[in-house]
Design a protein around this ligand. Structure first.
Ligand SMILES: [Ca+2]
Ligand SMILES: [Ca+2]
Ligand SMILES: [Ca+2]
Length: 213
C-alpha cells in the first residue's frame, strides 16, 4: 500500500491556485471601486473647501478670486506662460489677501501634498504669504491641477498642464437646461477626475454635473 504524501499533490496546488485566483478576481475590483469612491469623496471635499473660501474672499474683497494673472499689480511680477492661469490666480489671490482663513486653506492643501507647480513657473518675486516665487496650483487627489474659472471669463478656455506633462484645453461646463453655463454668476472649479481627462463623465465640479444622478 502506498503511504500518503506529506506535500501537496499537483491537483491540490492547482485547486489552491484556482481558489486564490477566484478570490482576487472577486476582491480586486471591489478594492479599486472603494479606493475610487474615497478619492472622489476627497475631491468633492476639496472643491467644497475651495468654493467656501472663494465666497469668504468675495465677502471681504467684493469679488471672487480672479482667474486672470493680469488682475494682479505688476510689482508681483507673475509669470504668464498661459498654463494653469486660473488656479494660479486663485492661489495668488488667497496668498496676497492678508486673510488668515485664506492662508489656512493653502497651509491645509500644502500639508496634504495638494499644492503643486506642474508647469514649474516662477514669479519675479515672492507671492505674498506663500513666501516663495513658485506659482503654485491646487491639485486634485490624482495630482492634476484644478481648473478655476471666474464667471466673467467663461468664454475663455484655459490650458491645464497635467501631472504627466500633457496639456489640455479646458472649457467651463455648460448647462443643457439653460443653454448658458453652470454657476452663471459665481465660478467653476473643475477636476478632470480619475481618468485625468477634462470633459468626460467622471469629472468633478462645484455643482452637479449635467447628466449626473
Ligand atoms: Ca502658469
Ligand atoms: Ca504653476
Ligand atoms: Ca474626466
Amino acid at each position: 500500500m502506498r503511504t500518503p504524501s506529506r506535500g501537496f499533490t499537483l491537483m491540490e496546488l492547482l485547486v489552491v491556485i484556482l481558489i486564490l485566483g477566484t478570490l482576487m478576481a472577486v476582491l480586486l475590483p471591489r478594492i479599486f471601486a472603494t479606493r475610487l469612491s474615497a478619492e472622489r469623496s476627497q475631491c468633492q471635499g476639496i472643491i467644497g473647501q475651495l468654493a467656501t473660501i472663494a465666497k469668504t474672499y468675495e465677502t471681504d474683497a467684493g469679488d471672487y478670486p480672479p482667474d486672470d494673472l493680469g488682475a494682479f499689480p505688476g510689482r508681483l511680477r507673475l509669470s504668464h506662460n498661459g498654463e494653469n492661469d486660473g488656479i494660479e490666480a486663485y492661489v495668488a489671490a488667497l496668498a496676497t489677501s492678508g486673510s488668515s482663513s485664506c492662508m489656512r486653506l493653502l497651509d491645509d492643501m500644502e500639508s496634504q501634498g495638494l499644492l503643486g507647480n506642474t508647469d514649474n513657473d516662477k514669479a519675479g518675486g515672492v507671492i505674498g504669504a506663500l513666501q516663495r516665487r513658485d506659482q503654485m496650483e491646487i491639485l486634485d487627489p490624482w495630482k492634476n491641477p484644478f481648473a478655476y474659472f471666474h464667471h466673467r471669463d467663461y468664454r475663455k478656455p484655459q490650458t491645464i498642464h497635467m501631472s504627466d506633462g500633457s496639456l489640455q484645453l479646458v472649457r467651463p461646463v455648460e448647462n443643457p437646461a439653460t443653454g448658458g453655463f453652470m454657476e452663471p454668476r459665481r465660478f467653476q472649479i473643475l477636476s478632470a477626475g480619475p481618468d485625468g481627462k477634462f470633459g468626460t463623465g467622471d469629472d468633478v465640479g462645484n455643482f452637479q454635473m449635467p447628466g449626473e444622478d
